[in-house]
Design a protein around this ligand. Structure first.
Ligand code: NDP
Length: 671
């Protein structure tokens, strides 16, 4: 069989490897299986295609359109994942590693698809935060809007997750409305290529939304400008080289980096041998050491345990690691496959030797598995007796199944050791003690992108120390790169510009497609509850007639509901309360009366009241006062094929026109 020719997708065409192509070897046998790269890559054409073809098509869509595309892509890939698994074995990964890479990547797309539909508008502008009142009478206000960058996102990924690495960056980028050029690490780019081919052949994405580079990027990065973003995962050295590119600095090219990380796991002082937490700790640490043969940016490199428990930890971990079946990842029963290449194997062994200069190896032999072929190494556990004096154990990332146990004297010491990593992606803590957890988060939070706390209560459903969740921020300070990815809508914002917009309520309503108090009220042709989702206009308003609130109403409501709180029932007691002039109406009575005032009783397009947001009672209502309601269509969000959510802005005013309550009412309305 000839070598696999890993192609690049350049301005709509697949381009074969050419001059400068690099050879790619199987992680299992070390034999060359493929080649990738082409020095003659037309980077200008790629950028042009992304910016002038992909960008405009993506930006013409709404967040919901793009979220639907992500879901369709995720489903398309999901139906074809066996082919991705089959190819991925050659990277040294086992079937359970594929679940993290392939299924994890597809799952990440599903989460962004769902968050895009639920948390972002079916529009082109995302509003970030609340309105800001910039004037006394509200005729001039401010808001923050996010709109997609008008350039391209270049994604440079690491070798360890050829599928997840691409999809976790692609999902927020596409949802934002920005075209992407994906450049995976060359060593495993043949797997990424297959996933890209699937996505392109699906025809789901508009032209220009996705391009692919196998091999080097040529001069692409030197051509980037003010609307472009680079997201990088890989080594600190490469990150430094890239971030110091003068073009990036001159043009303020966004650069996010997720790099080496000396992650730690702390065993809480309460979680000694014999506790469920101790067993959990041992299980999590050994799993993190051996999954993906330790080639995980989040893997536990430093194991921090109370001094008195170091020995039991070493014994329990060694016993567990001894059960690791190393071998051909395609064979059933194999628990740990190979490192990605012989080069990585040499690197890991060198780094382990460096750690060994300060720590004693307590598990793992020198003999290489599989007769030294391919990227196979044994798990290695070290013990560092003086972690305060040691340096290498805190700054050397052996990117394989290598970890170091160290003891701590007290919790402050544990935190100080965890922070010696100089900034990490994740630190975990195994404890049942809330005070311990709080102390660790206060002391270590600023040094770690994620703090993962687990114990017997949460262990069955916990997601694992090493798994970045699409809902949660992934990235970390300092040594970890100072970048941030994922985190739900936060991750999408990395590919958008946040702009402060100031203007009158009418202007802000027109831009955000959310009615701003003070903007024009539209009188519809009929009661809004008789109008279908598509017919309702933002700003459509009704004003109800007024209704008097009597003492009989208050007493009736109190006795009927059982809410006989003294402020409604006892004149003298109510007067002693600083908020009330005497007996007042229940807030919920006012809400109920308001519903009675604005509701249209007949069967119609309003299907259900699904909630109420931001309720505030501003002024008490006494017997003899009257209230009236104003109901305005604030915002509309399609939900499914049958109905969408209408968010109404409601105010209740008294006989003097003073506002007594304000809230947002949520209803589902048929199309
Ligand atoms: P690199 O930093 O060498 O490579 C990461 C990515 O950057 C690859 O896609 C690589 O492409 C690309 N790249 C390298 N040089 C340039 C350049 N000058 N311009 C543009 N792109 C470039 O990391 P490796 O993947 O080789 O891994 C090396 C070490 O990094 C590991 O041993 C480990 O310590 C660490 N690492 C950390 C990870 C993390 O998530 N924290 C993940 C993976 C690795 P190409 O492959 O074509 O060179």
């Amino acid at each position: 069989m000839g070598l696999q020719q890993v192609e690049s997708f350049v301005a709509g065409e697949w381009v074969k490897p050419g001059a400068g192509a690099r050879a790619i070897a199987s992680a299992i046998t070390g034999e060359v299986i493929a080649e990738a790269g082409n020095n003659a890559l037309n980077t200008g054409a790629m950028l042009d295609y992304a910016v002038n073809v992909g960008g405009p098509s993506l930006r013409a869509m709404t967040f919901h359109d793009r979220a639907r595309m992500l879901k369709a892509l995720a489903m398309y890939l999901s139906e074809r994942k066996q082919a991705l698994y089959d190819l991925s074995f050659l990277t040294g990964a086992t079937q359970s590693d594929h679940l993290i890479d392939v299924d994890g990547g597809i799952g990440t797309m599903f989460v962004f698809a769902s968050k895009g539909r639920r948390e972002m508008p079916d529009g082109q502008v995302y509003l970030d935060g609340d309105l800001e009142m910039l004037s006394r009478n509200g005729t001039f206000q401010g808001m923050h809007v996010c709109t997609p960058l008008q350039g391209v996102a270049v994604h440079i990924n690491a070798f360890n997750f050829p599928v997840w690495g691409m999809l976790e960056k692609l999902a927020p980028t596409i949802l934002a409305g920005v075209p992407a050029i994906v450049k995976p690490a060359t060593t495993t780019c043949y797997v990424t290529e297959l996933a890209v081919k699937m996505m392109l052949e699906s025809g789901i994405l508009p032209k220009g939304a996705l391009q692919f580079v196998a091999g080097g990027l040529g001069d692409m990065l030197d051509r980037l400008g003010a609307q472009d973003a680079v997201a990088f995962t890989g080594s600190a050295d490469t990150a430094l080289k890239l971030r110091s590119n003068p073009v990036f600095m001159r043009n303020s090219v966004r650069f996010a980096s997720e790099q080496d990380s000396l992650n730690a796991s702390i065993l809480g002082p309460d979680a000694g041998p014999g506790t469920a937490e101790f067993d959990l700790f041992v299980k999590e640490v050994s799993r993190e050491m051996t999954t993906k043969a330790g080639q995980k940016c989040t893997a536990i490199r430093r194991i921090i345990a109370p001094e008195g428990v170091v020995q039991p930890v070493i014994e329990a971990l060694s016993a567990r690691l001894a059960k690791t079946v190393i071998g051909d990842p395609r064979e059933e029963g194999t628990r740990m496959g190979a490192l990605v290449s012989e080069g990585q194997k040499r690197d890991v062994l060198e780094k382990a030797a460096l750690i060994g200069s300060e720590a004693e190896r307590v598990f793992g032999s020198d003999d290489l598995p599989m007769d030294g072929k391919g990227g196979f190494v044994n798990p290695m556990l070290f013990h560092c007796a003086d972690p305060d004096k040691a340096e290498r154990v805190h700054d050397t990332e052996a990117f394989g199944p290598v970890s170091t146990v160290m003891g701590y004297r007290d919790l402050d010491h544990a935190v100080a050791l965890a922070n010696r990593g100089g900034g990490s992606l994740v630190t975990s803590l195994i404890t049942r003690d809330g005070d311990v957890a709080r102390q660790v988060v206060l002391g270590a939070g600023a040094w770690h992108g994620r703090v993962y706390i687990n114990n017997a209560d949460s262990m069955k459903e916990s997601t694992g120390h090493g798994s970045p969740m699409p809902h949660m921020v992934h990235g970390g300070p300092g040594r970890a790169g100072g970048g941030e990815e994922l985190g739900g809508v936060r991750g999408v914002k990395h590919y958008m510009q946040r702009t402060a917009v100031q203007g009158s309520p009418d202007i802000l309503t027109a831009i955000g497609q959310k009615w701003v108090p003070g903007a024009a009220e539209i009188e519809g042709p009929a009661h809004p509850f008789t109008r279908r989702f598509g017919d309702l206009a933002i700003g459509e308003t009704i004003h109800t007639k007024a209704r008097e609130v009597t003492m009989e109403d208050i007493e009736h409501f109190a006795n009927f509901t059982g809410d006989t709180f003294y402020a409604h029932m006892d004149e003298e007691a109510a007067k002693r309360n600083p908020f009330f002039p005497g007996r007042v109406a229940h807030g919920y009575l006012l809400l109920s009366f308001a519903a009675g005032l604005f509701v249209e009783p007949n069967e119609g397009p309003v299907l259900a009241n699904t909630g109420l947001d931001g309720l505030r009672f501003m002024k008490p209502v006494e017997a003899g006062h009257s209230i009236a309601a104003r109901l305005t269509v604030k915002h509309k969000t399609p939900r499914n094929d049958e109905y969408g959510e209408v968010r109404w802005h409601v105010t209740l005013t008294n006989q003097d026109g003073d506002m007594v309550a304000e809230y947002e009412l949520l209803t589902m309305v048929a199309y």
